[in-house]
Design a protein around this ligand. Structure first.
Ligand SMILES: Cc1ncc(C[n+]2csc(CCOP(=O)(O)OP(=O)(O)O)c2C)c(N)n1
Ligand SMILES: [Mg+2]
Length: 579
């Protein structure tokens, strides 16, 4: 077995089904060997997309996503996506090629200090330097990615660990010109290289790959569970905020949803936890979270930091009892000291709470539910009204209200953009758990192509909606080409306002100049045709329904499709600024 085959065997044992990559000589053996083991090789058009795709795969499956990129620029191109995965707490294994071990630091092609480059953005950097180390190193990388607060890890695999020993020997000895030494220097060099080779290949291939280690979900102590359960029993106006960490163990998600239902408190779902309770649920609220938090007497924030999205903790009334539950110790008291910080897996804590609360009388909360529902219904009615406004172009609210009706039960929603996607987030409801993919706290534009590629690969039966701002689509529309080559068929919905609108809105109002924020009403539907997909233009509000349905049919038949929607200006998002 060569190093490429050894790495592939670990991937297979860890349950990896897709390997995202953009090729390079440094990583060829990993790609070829993985393909031979039946792992799908998905070759994208930008290394960032490979890592975004690996991130999305991890979020949907709970198994670390894997991206293999070549040395030097292949790796530097991933940085934004790696940082995004770190902040989204997504377990990703980045396999990076590297120069041959004997050439390190000697000016070979694409040789840079990759360890220093990656260190700040990952949980750990792994640098195997002998073939026998590959299996334990990689298995360690997979474990670290999943353990504690999940996140990305980087494994640097020098090219001479990946090819067969005979090939590497030929590079070093034959091509190195020391096969038949002519003088003392030649003999010394040869001896040095022989010794180096022996160190690298001694004991190879090393141990066989094992099944992934079971990492138990971190539990809270009984006293913490009892304490929060006691608050909930005595609460008049409880509020639960449930964030992405809660759903990090995919297999446990149905049990966690069941536990939330059995507790019966009102729930706001955020980030990757959206869809946890299905399309609609009597416990789930989507609007007026801040109002509810201000009025609540008990607030439990599960797997979500007290960051800008919760007003840095100030959104929660100062008299409320506040529990934060998080895998990260620092997140427990970020910006505000909670009444109780619980260092545990928030999903597990929900099931622990439900067990402890068995038989809580949720009926007592009827007046509170009534108040919340009134506000929720009023906001929904307001949205429907705003959707009726006639604009100069398609009304995005009308578009999403219709999409909400038409979208398949088995859908995945990917969002990448500013105002257009924020509008979508208000209106479109994920149908199931683990079917909503947004960048996360880093707010990175450009995730869309990679996320959509992964969604189609991981859920081949699903209808994948890629909701793009026109500005954002420019980063990754080239992944339509990847989709065509790999038989993946997302539906891209591009909100074309000829603007980086979310930025333009405030820049113009505060500074009086739109410079740097203007785009053209580009023919993105033609662009995707060039890549081999189908493009539809939607500029007539009367044709929203038929165009959405046409796109669904095209995607169902296996062709990726983009709808270029000429949207009109609304003030729906006025006044919302995230800093
Ligand atoms: C990589 C990156 N660059 C810049 C930004 C800043 N930014 C946030 S929203 C936005 C505008 C997005 O424009 P578009 O995708 O067209 O959506 P719109 O707001 O127009 O609906 C920008 C530039 C960012 N979040 N990420
Ligand atoms: Mg725009």
């Amino acid at each position: 077995m060569d190093g490429g085959q050894i790495i592939a065997s670990v991937l297979e044992r860890q349950g990896v089904r897709q390997l995202y990559t953009l090729c390079g000589g440094h990583i060829s053996p990993i790609l070829v060997a993985s393909k031979q083991l039946g792992i799908q090789i998905i070759d994208v058009r930008d290394e960032a997309s490979a890592v975004f795709a690996a991130d999305a795969t991890a979020r949907m499956t709970g198994i670390p996503g894997v991206a293999a990129v070549t040395a030097g620029p292949g790796l530097t191109n991933t940085i934004t996506a790696v940082k995004n995965a770190q902040l989204a707490e997504s377990p990703v294994v980045i396999l990076g090629g590297a120069t041959a071990t004997v050439l390190e630091g000697r000016g070979s092609l694409q040789d840079i200090d990759q360890v220093a480059l990656m260190q700040p953005h990952v949980k750990q950097v792994f640098t195997p330097r002998a073939v026998r180390q590959l299996v334990p190193t990689l298995e360690g990388a997979f474990r670290i990615a999943r353990e504690g607060v999940p996140g990305p890890v980087f494994v640097e695999a020098p090219v001479d660990l990946l090819y067969p020993e005979a090939t590497v020997r030929e590079w070093y000895i034959d091509q190195g010109g020391v096969k038949e030494p002519k003088n003392l220097v030649g003999y010394a060099t040869r001896a040095y290289l022989e010794q180096h080779l022996a160190r690298q290949f001694w004991g190879a291939p090393g141990p066989k790959a094992h099944a992934p280690e079971v990492i138990p979900m971190m539990e809270a102590g009984r006293r913490e569970v009892e304490k929060v359960a006691g608050w909930i029993r005595g609460a008049k106006r409880p509020v639960f905020v449930v964030g992405s960490q809660t759903v990090s163990v995919a297999a446990e998600v149905p049990a966690i949803a069941g536990a939330l239902e059995s507790i019966g408190a009102p729930v706001w779902l955020a980030g990757g936890a959206r869809g946890l309770l299905g399309r609609e649920h009597s416990l789930q609220y989507r609007h007026k979270r801040t109002k509810a938090l201000k009025a609540a007497d008990v607030v439990v924030v599960f797997g979500f930091p007290l960051d800008f999205r919760l007003g840095y903790g100030r959104s929660i009334g100062s008299k409320a009892k506040l529990a934060t539950v998080n895998l990260g110790v620092e997140a427990l008291s970020m910006n505000r000291k909670p009444t109780l910080g619980v260092h545990a897996h928030p999903g597990r804590f929900i099931t622990q709470l439900a067990a402890s609360l068995d038989g809580v009388d949720a009926g007592r909360w009827q007046p509170w539910f009534g108040e919340l529902s009134e506000r929720e219904d009023a906001r929904n009615a307001e949205i429907v009204e705003q959707g009726k406004a006639e604009l100069d172009g398609v009304n995005p609210i009308d578009l999403f209200l219709q999409l909400e009706e038409l979208m398949a039960e088995d859908s995945v929603l990917v969002v990448d953009g500013g105002d257009f996607v924020a509008t979508a987030a208000y209106i479109v409801r994920p149908r199931k758990p683990l079917s909503w993919l947004d960048p996360g706290v880093f707010g990175t534009l450009g995730v869309g192509g990679g996320f959509a590629v992964a969604s189609c690969a991981v859920r081949p039966e699903a209808e994948v909606w890629l909701i793009y701002g026109d500005g954002s689509s420019g980063y990754s529309l080239a992944e339509i080409d990847t989709c065509v080559r790999r038989g993946l068929a997302p539906i891209a919905l591009i909100g074309n306002d000829g603007s980086w609108q979310q930025i333009a809105r405030d820049q113009v109002e505060i500074l009086g100049d739109a410079c740097g924020t203007e785009l053209r009403r580009t023919a993105y539907h033609t662009v995707v045709e060039g890549y081999g997909g189908r493009g539809l233009l939607l500029d007539d509000p009367a044709k929203i329904g038929e165009t959405l349905r046409e796109a669904q049919a095209i995607a169902k038949a296996g062709t990726p499709v983009a709808i270029n929607v000429m949207i009109g200006k609304t003030d729906f998002r006025k006044g919302s600024l995230s800093m």
